[in-house]
Design a protein around this ligand. Sequence first.
Ligand code: OFO
Length: 169
Amino acid sequence: MDKNVSRLLNSQINKEFYSSYLYFEFANYYQEAGLDGFYNWYYVQAQEEMDHALLMVKYLQNNGEKVTFDAIAKPSAALTDNMAPLKAAFEHEKYITGEINEIYAAANAAKDFRTMQFLDWFVKEQGEEEKNASDLIRKMELFGSDARSLYLLDSELKTRVYAAPSLVL
Ligand code: OFO
């Protein structure tokens, strides 16, 4: 594998673990706020992010590349109110999309078609996650200030169930 592509994938593993850590932090915030549905939403999201990291680990291992684990940073978002995690999540997902695109571009430049194919799933996943994150902000804007509506929105988010990723290596 091209060394630059391998290095970028290795560094993306850390970013995916960080994403997981960040979303566990958000889950923790909502748990303390008594919003069990929002808690569930981010708990599931945190599990998915861990899956993303592990898929990249497996992919590098399958291709004979060395995997290195770096320290995971402390989650940095300031959780000042119920909207703050939602906005931070949207910004974070846009950032991650940019990072995935960078690896894709590097793979393309190196004619590493296998990695491009591997990353196709992540490109699609990021599209879905950005949409989910922005939909949640919209819903919170519409319903967040009314207690009864917030309760219903929270109940809706409680129904999200963790599912293992559809990408199999
Ligand atoms: Fe890893 O899926 Fe978004 O960040």
